[in-house]
Write a protein that binds this ligand. Structure first.
Ligand SMILES: Nc1ncnc2c1ncn2[C@@H]1O[C@H](COP(=O)(O)OP(=O)(O)OP(=O)(O)O)[C@@H](O)[C@H]1O
Length: 597
């Protein structure tokens, strides 16, 4: 069957199944102990029967009571051990799965990562992994243990009477087929429910991450309605799952009841015509009763397993996100290709679009060079592709055409670890994390010394700010760095980048929120720093880059001009237009910087 082949293949390719395989020994041991516990409980009625018979015959009861106590003890001990071992293996699997997912998510290619909503990723990481535990540990163990009881009971019933057993088996087969059909639908319904729950998580994340905007727009009511509608959708698909789950037990029970009725009817007729002993019929029916609970449990476990498989599928999808190349362990700082090469960055006829070659071009035929030393500015209208240039230099995305060379080396041939160790990047949206100021500072350079930290703080004009913080460097910041102003966070991000002593420093609107005095001081620092490395700054405010060594004018993804401020004023109409709109008639050049030291 192609369907089952595909399922088998999916299982073989599943990262989760491979992970769960590590705990096969514990799971098998747990299951064997469970089976021993079941055997001990199955033996109890037999011993009780012997005990009753011995009491009736006035025979000694001591050893039978001792055996019974041992069976009770064995039942309790083995069942508890089974539950503990299977539960522990389940928790181990969840931990390993979460560890694996964390690694895969952090190393995923940005393009692939961006296509998954963050709330959905969280649901898969937290809730789906818990369901995976139930599928891969509990339900499989229950299936085996109860399956053992069912099969054992059936064998004994076969030994008692083959024909009666065949009739019973017919009824049970019908019931089982019905239950399996329900189980199949249950899996699809569970998958839909997991997706609906993920959508709720996604939307919740969207709203919570923009709570001030929601409040300012008085959108609480609208958002609540939207979230409630999503919660309602998740509730409906959850009810569907519950309804299918609830149908499983009655489907099996009806089969069992029908088997019982037929067994009694046919059996009594056979007893009446002498074809079967009454004692055998009694034993047969007792075994049928014994099978009720385990058989129901088998199908409950199948139902749980199907729900868990839906979660496994979702977790596997996340684990299959395309990955960047592996990085060496933290702390290792691989070398830069060539410190003496005259150019730090060279774009040659670069084409790029975020959605691959078929989607709109963001960069088309872009060619420019950033020298190994000095301050290079990239200016241009909004949406021209300036930040995209940085994304390509950082290796977040690969160009769809052309060549990018760093220090003379093709970017594709340069290990990402080497590239990112030497290219500092201060993002436009100032990423600062929950944690102390110090933790934020040393994020890219965890082994930085106090002296290096002090120097980076001084250079980024952050010393006065840190001195005023209640606990200095150990002051705790909230989510996204709340506790510092926008300008202070910008300086913190710059200090973080400076601490790694980069060969190329990319600053994307990195001083946009600083006041004039702090910005002038920082420009002086960057000017000094640019004697030993390449600094590339994206700026909307031309006033901040007029004294750059070279300015690249980008428009519609294309480099239309390159030169100094004065050259571009003479030669490029767009630059002249930008300058006249921004700097105007009243434009005064910012205070001149002293020559770089
Ligand atoms: N992750 C992305 N996926 C798809 N398209 C994107 C993505 N990021 C940017 N774009 C598109 O690429 C184009 C260039 O964006 P980019 O951010 O590079 O412009 P920019 O010049 O830095 O703009 P701004 O000055 O406003 O920051 C824009 O049209 C934008 O919509």
């Amino acid at each position: 069957m192609p369907g089952s082949q595909t399922a088998k293949q999916a299982t073989r390719n599943s990262a989760l199944w491979r992970l769960a395989g590590r705990y096969r020994a514990t799971l098998i041991t747990g299951t064997i102990l469970g089976v021993i516990g079941v055997a001990a409980s199955l033996a109890q009625p037999y011993v009780i029967g012997r005990l009753v018979r011995a009491a009736g015959l006035d025979e000694p009861l001591g050893w039978l009571i001792a055996v019974l106590c041992l069976l009770f003890l064995a039942d309790a001990v083995f069942t508890s051990l089974q539950a503990y071992l299977v539960g522990r293996a389940g928790e181990d699997i969840v931990r390993d799965v979460r560890g694996l997912l964390a690694g895969r998510l952090l190393r995923a290619r940005l393009a692939a990562f961006a296509s998954h909503p963050q709330g959905d990723i969280q649901t898969r990481m937290v809730t789906d992994t818990s369901l995976v535990r139930i599928a891969l540990s509990q339900s499989l163990a229950q299936l085996t243990i109860n399956g053992f009881m069912v099969v054992g009971g059936m064998v004994l019933m076969f030994l008692i009477d083959v024909w009666l057993m065949l009739i019973t088996l017919g009824c049970l087969t019908v019931a089982s087929c019905l239950a399996l059909l329900i189980a199949r639908r249950l899996r699809r319904a569970a998958l839909r429910n997991r997706e609906d729950t993920g959508s709720f998580g996604t939307d919740l994340q969207r709203v919570l991450s923009a709570l001030p905007t929601v409040k300012a727009a008085r959108a609480e009511g609208r958002e609540q309605q939207r979230l409630t509608a999503l919660a309602d959708r998740a509730r409906n698909s959850g009810v569907h799952v519950g309804a299918l789950g609830a149908l499983m037990t009655p489907a099996v029970n009806v089969g069992l009841q029908a088997s019982l009725a037929i067994a009694v009817g046919v059996g009594m007729t056979r007893v009446a015509d002498g074809g079967m002993a009454l004692a055998d019929l009694t034993a047969f029916i007792m075994y049928l009763f014994y099978m009720v609970s385990p058989l129901v449990m088998v199908f409950v476990a199948i139902g749980q397993f199907q729900q868990g498989r839906a979660a496994v599928q979702r977790v596997d999808e996340l684990a299959a996100l395309p990955q960047e190349e592996a990085m060496p362990p933290d702390g290792a700082r691989p070398g830069w290709p060539d410190h003496s090469h005259p150019s730090a960055v060279h774009f040659q006829n670069v084409h790029f679009s975020y959605g691959g070659p078929q989607s709109p071009q963001v960069l088309s035929d872009a060619t420019f060079t950033v020298p190994a030393r000095g301050l290079t500015a990239i200016v241009g209208p909004s949406g021209a592709g300036k930040s995209t240039v940085f994304h390509l230099i950082e290796g977040f995305y690969r160009p769809t055409g052309g060549h990018i060379r760093l220090a003379g080396r093709e970017i594709e041939s340069l290990p990402l670890s080497s590239l990112r160790a030497h290219v500092g990047y201060v993002q436009q949206d100032i990423p600062t994390m929950r944690g102390t100021v110090r933790e934020n500072l040393v994020y890219a350079q965890p082994d930085a010394t106090e002296e290096q930290i002090g120097e980076a703080i001084r250079m980024a004009q952050l010393a006065d700010v840190v001195a005023l913080l209640p606990a200095g460097l150990d002051t705790q910041l909230g989510d996204q760095g709340t506790g510092l102003s926008g300008g202070e966070r910008q300086r913190l991000s710059i200090a973080r980048a400076l601490l790694s002593n980069p060969s190329v420093l990319l600053l994307d609107e990195a001083t946009s929120q600083l006041d004039a005095r702090a910005e002038h001081a920082l420009r002086q620092v960057l000017r000094d720093l640019s004697r030993s490395c390449a600094i590339v700054a994206i700026a909307h405010r031309l006033s901040t880059v007029v004294d750059a060594d070279r300015i690249i004018v980008l428009s519609d993804g294309n480099v239309r001009a390159t030169g100094t401020h004065d050259e571009l004023l003479r030669t490029d109409a767009l630059y002249r237009q930008l300058a006249s709109t921004q700097l105007g008639e009243r434009y005064e050049r910012p205070p001149p910087l002293r020559p770089a030291r």
